[in-house]
Write a protein that binds this ligand. Structure first.
Ligand code: AMP
Length: 292
C-alpha cells in the first residue's frame, strides 16, 4: 500500500504528478473513503473556500486542484498574467481542512503530443461561449482529466460560472462519469460584487461600475416582481443601469432557460439572467434566477 506523501505544510499533501495523485486516490477509495474534488485555478478567495466547505461535509478526503489551464484561455486572453500565489493558496487550503492539493504543471498534465478533445455541441453556443469560443472545450477537457486523475465521488463547482456548471453536468450525464456534481451559490464581497480571482485586475475608480452588475440584477428582479414578463424589456432595464457607468462594456445580458441556456421571450417560469461585462481590464460575470 502506498502512503500519501507530505511535501509541505502539516496537514495538506501537495501532489504534483498524475501517478502519485492516482495512487493516492486508489488507496483512499480502496479503504472505503469517499473523495471530494474542488477544481480551481488558484488565487483562492472566499468563493473557493465556500466550495471546499460544501465538499468537506460530504466526503472523507477533500482534494483541491490548483491549475491555471491553458486550453481554456483563447489567444490574447490572460493566461500568462492570471494571478497566482501558491504559498497563500496552500495556507488557505490548510485552514479549510483540505487533505490534498493537486497542482501539476502544464507539461505534467498535458504531456507531449496531446490531441484529444472533449467537445459539447450545444451548451457552449450560448452566453460566454460566443465571445470565448474554445473556453468550454478547454474546461470540459481539463475537468475530464481531473476526474480521471483524482477519481472523486463528488465535485463542487460555483454557480457564479453558471454555464460551466451546466456544461459539467451535461458532460457527466453524457459520458457516464459516476460523480455527483454539486453547484454552490455565488459568494459576494460585502458590497455585493461577486468574488473572482480576476477582481484583482479591478482598479479602485471602477468599483462603482463593477457594482452595476448587481444593481442591474436588482433592477431586473424588481421589474419581474412588479409583473414585467417581457424578457427584452427586463434586459433593456438592466442594460440602462450598467450603461450609466461609462467604464463598462457589456459583452452580453441574456435571459434564458437555466437548463438549455436558450433565450426565452417570456418570463413565465424561473429563468436565468446572466451577464458578462468588461469593467476596465477584468470581464466580470454575474447571474441570478428570476422567478415570476
Ligand atoms: P476559478 O478558480 O475561477 O476557476 O474557480 C474555481 C471554482 O470556484 C469554480 O467552480 C468557480 O465557479 C468557483 N467560484 C469562483 N468564484 C466564486 C464565487 N464568487 N462564488 C462561488 N463560487 C465561485
Amino acid at each position: 500500500m502506498l502512503t500519501p506523501k507530505t511535501f509541505a505544510g502539516d496537514t495538506v499533501d501537495i501532489i504534483t504528478t498524475i501517478e502519485e495523485m492516482q495512487s493516492r486516490s486508489d488507496v483512499h477509495r480502496g479503504s472505503g473513503k469517499t473523495i471530494g474534488l474542488v477544481p480551481t485555478m488558484g488565487y483562492l478567495h472566499e468563493g473557493h473556500l465556500s466550495l471546499m466547505a460544501a465538499a468537506r461535509g460530504k466526503c472523507d478526503d477533500l482534494v483541491v486542484s490548483i491549475f491555471v489551464n491553458p486550453t481554456q484561455f483563447g489567444p490574447g486572453e490572460d493566461f500568462e498574467c492570471y494571478p497566482r500565489d501558491m504559498d497563500r493558496d496552500i495556507a488557505l487550503c490548510e485552514k479549510a481542512g483540505v487533505d490534498a492539493i493537486f497542482a501539476p504543471d502544464v507539461p505534467g498534465l498535458y504531456g507531449e503530443n496531446f490531441q484529444t478533445q472533449v467537445k459539447l455541441t450545444k451548451l457552449p453556443g450560448h452566453l460566454c461561449g460566443l465571445s470565448r469560443p474554445i473556453h468550454f472545450d478547454g474546461v470540459a477537457l481539463v475537468v475530464t482529466k481531473l476526474f480521471n486523475i483524482v477519481k472523486p465521488n463528488l465535485s463542487v463547482f460555483g454557480l457564479k460560472d453558471f454555464q460551466q456548471v451546466a456544461v459539467i453536468r451535461q458532460m457527466v450525464r453524457d459520458l457516464n462519469f459516476d460523480i455527483e456534481i454539486i453547484g454552490a451559490p455565488i459568494v459576494r464581497e460585502a458590497d455585493g460584487l461577486a468574488m473572482s480571482s480576476r477582481n484583482a485586475y479591478l482598479v479602485a475608480e471602477n468599483r462603482g461600475a463593477a457594482l452595476s452588475l448587481q444593481a442591474a440584477i436588482r433592477r431586473a428582479t424588481e421589474a419581474v416582481g412588479e409583473g414585467v414578463r417581457d424578457a427584452a424589456k427586463v434586459i433593456a432595464m438592466a442594460r440602462e443601469v450598467i450603461e450609466s457607468h461609462p467604464a463598462t462594456e457589456i459583452d452580453y445580458i441574456n435571459i434564458c432557460d437555466p437548463d438549455t441556456l436558450v433565450d426565452v421571450k417570456e418570463i413565465d417560469r424561473p429563468v436565468l439572467m446572466a451577464m458578462a461585462v468588461k469593467v476596465g481590464k477584468p470581464r466580470l460575470l454575474d447571474n441570478a434566477i428570476l422567478a415570476p
